[in-house]
Design a protein around this ligand. Structure first.
Ligand code: ADP
Length: 265
């Protein structure tokens, strides 16, 4: 359930591209909040799941959106037949339990919501609950992690400098070709040759960014195509359905992408 603390029993598969595992471990040990920057579908969520497992912490994931209020994070009074009762929100539960709290796409949240995170990101490590007057001290092991996609809606929304300077930022991007091929092969179940071919198609399609393709194909899309191929769908059909069509509605971009698929397979 969203916002519930999960303890991951099995290791979530994560193939690193650099030294992100080591840097994150140090941030965790030193109580530093972490900002994961990078395009959609490049492995940020999987990385946090892997790190929560590696560090043996429960994980609370919150997907941010523009209706998310501070009460949705912190908690609220619920009216019951015998009066009112306070109910902790997911952030408060994470703070009390010493969980890793992952706020996905944090720029989507309103600024007055994001501000409640501030006292958790400095030496105080506290969460003030205005409505009850309680000052919750973060349990050992609590860590705040947020993600955002700098390319997406960049002009409309950005993180305020007063917020972003509270985090250590780790830059994510699509993995190098050989790493991405191993990920696609493993996650999709497609054969090695198809996984490599999908990744080189992905690289070519990413080159269309300069021609106006706003969202380029992510590792996730390539995995989806690999899954279709692994289940017997013809390669080009799999690529049209899982990679090309989700990316654009523009007829000229669609036809340029289909041409690249046809040239690749
Ligand atoms: P994001 O949170 O950046 O939008 P995800 O973490 O959900 O992206 O990644 C999408 C999918 O791609 C994952 O479910 C996983 O299958 C795969 N993936 C991406 N990068 C990696 C990686 N480095 N190691 C393992 N799997 C990865």
């Amino acid at each position: 359930m969203a916002g519930e603390a999960t303890r991951l029993q099995d290791e979530p598969y994560y193939l690193p591209s650099g030294r992100e595992v080591e840097v994150f471990e140090q941030c965790h040990a030193r109580h530093l909040a972490v900002l994961l920057k990078g395009p959609t579908g490049c492995g940020k969520t999987r990385f946090v799941e892997h790190m929560a497992w590696r560090l043996g912490r429960p994980l609370v994931t919150i997907s941010c959106h523009d209706d998310l209020t501070a009460s949705d994070l912190v908690g609220r009074f619920l009216i019951r037949h015998d009066g009112t009762a306070w109910q902790d929100g997911p952030l408060t539960r994470a703070v009390r339990e010493g969980a890793i709290c992952y706020l996905d796409e944090v720029v989507e949240a309103r600024q007055d919501t994001v501000v409640v995170l501030h006292p958790l990101t400095d030496y105080r490590r506290v969460l003030p609950i205005d409505k009850t007057g309680e000052l919750v001290e973060a349990a050992p092991g609590f860590q705040l992690v947020v993600s955002y996609n700098p390319g997406y809606q960049r002009m409309l929304k950005d993180l305020k400098p007063s917020t972003r300077q509270r985090f250590v930022a780790l830059d994510f991007d699509f993995p190098p070709e050989d790493v991405e091929a191993r990920i696609v092969e493993r996650e999709s179940g497609a054969d090695r040759a198809s996984a490599h071919a999908l990744v080189s198609l992905g690289q070519r399609l990413r080159g269309l960014r300069d021609r106006g393709l706003a969202e380029v194909p992510s590792t996730r899309l390539l995995i989806n195509a690999g899954r279709l191929i692994a289940s017997g769908i013809e390669v080009r059909q799999a690529c049209y359905a899982a990679v090309v069509s989700p990316l654009s509605d523009d007829p000229s971009l669609l036809s340029a992408m289909r041409d690249l698929v046809d040239a690749s397979f």
